[in-house]
Design a protein around this ligand. Structure first.
Ligand code: C2E
Ligand code: MG
Ligand code: MG
Ligand code: MG
Length: 283
């Protein structure tokens, strides 16, 4: 507007910025409507035991198809939501769905599995996350010890001071904590030691070149060893081949998530994979 006229030389740059922010604003409005109309979906990507290949858990992933724009990937709409309090709404929506679905599976007699929900560190900024969690668990009846919260290593590091006490509180509630995209966030050994984590999810970028690349193999196996020393569970993300699965299993990785076994599935399709109670309960 007035500013642009004053600084003519950066006019083109600002136009582009404006177009981009208008696109973001439009996406934000659409997302708000999608949430209000329950159009957002939650799909579940299974996690399998690396050795027995039994399904042990699922990760809840937001899915959005807009009538006008088609499929909008989370990598497009999560950053838009993160800029605003919409991220809280998305987070609550996914959490509520995941707990409701998880509780439904328990009630239908399937063996307990872990249900993992992503949270964005910027959600924490709005302060009410803990009470939303307690409320959702109480309302759905889903047991806290079957719920896992995932936070990316990089967003954790960005907001360490706010996030650490929150994660400790969640652990006290019985919820387990996973560090997502592990290895991409420059965390140091010294503070790995202190953290209230239960689980490390090795980022896909460390998995892709297994077993071809010796250095990649060394890194992945070392991360697994390190996690074991700290008594963390390890999930490998983005496992796409049998060779990757077998290497990771040999190195002691606990859980495998990736297209080799399954992409994220709508709950109707996931149910067919859920373990029967008799399979996992030792009598
Ligand atoms: P993430 O939490 O690391 O989720 C794993 C992503 O990797 C998912 O992408 C999944 O579909 C994809 N993936 C899984 N296995 C494979 C594989 O074998 N190969 C390849 N190439 N990709 C695989 P998606 O669903 O597009 O989600 C992307 C990111 O968006 C997620 O990364 C997460 O950070 C974020 N996200 C998704 N849903 C939510 C949500 O409800 N809340 C928040 N805060 N973030 C979310
Ligand atoms: Mg995740
Ligand atoms: Mg991840
Ligand atoms: Mg990721």
């Amino acid at each position: 507007e007035a500013k642009r006229n004053r600084r003519g030389s950066i006019g083109i740059y600002e136009d582009r910025l404006t177009a981009e922010s208008q696109k973001k604003m439009k996406l934000g409005v659409k997302l708000k409507n999608a949430l209000a109309n329950n159009v957002l979906e939650v799909h579940y990507q299974p996690q399998f035991d690396a050795v027995s290949h039994r399904l042990c858990g699922v990760e809840a992933l937001a899915r959005w198809t807009d009538p006008e724009l088609g499929v909008i990937p989370p990598s497009d709409f999560i950053p838009v939501a993160e800029g605003t309090s919409l991220i809280e709404a998305v987070g609550e929506y996914v959490l509520e769905r995941a707990c409701r679905d998880g509780q439904e599976w328990l009630q239908r007699g399937y063996a307990p599995i872990s249900v993992s929900v992503n949270i964005s560190a910027s959600q924490v900024r709005f302060g009410s996350f803990k009470s939303v969690l307690s409320k959702t668990l109480a309302e759905t009846g889903f047991p806290a010890h079957n719920l896992q919260i995932e936070i990316t290593e990089s967003s954790y590091i960005e907001r360490e001071n706010e996030v650490t006490p929150l994660l400790k509180d969640l652990k006290d509630m019985g919820i387990s904590i996973a560090i997502d995209d592990f290895g991409t966030g420059y965390s140091s050994f010294s503070y790995l030691r202190e953290m209230p984590w239960d689980c490390i999810k090795i980022d896909r970028s460390f998995i892709t070149d297994i077993p071809r690349d010796a250095q990649q193999c060394g890194l992945a196996s070392t991360i697994i060893k390190l996690a074991k020393v700290m008594s963390f569970k390890v999930v490998a993300e983005g496992v796409e081949t049998r060779e990757q699965l077998d290497s990771l299993a040999a190195w002691g990785c606990d859980l495998i998530q990736g297209y080799y076994f399954s992409k994220a599935l709508p709950k109707e399709s996931l149910v067919a994979l859920l373990p029967q109670r008799s399979e996992t309960v030792a009598l």
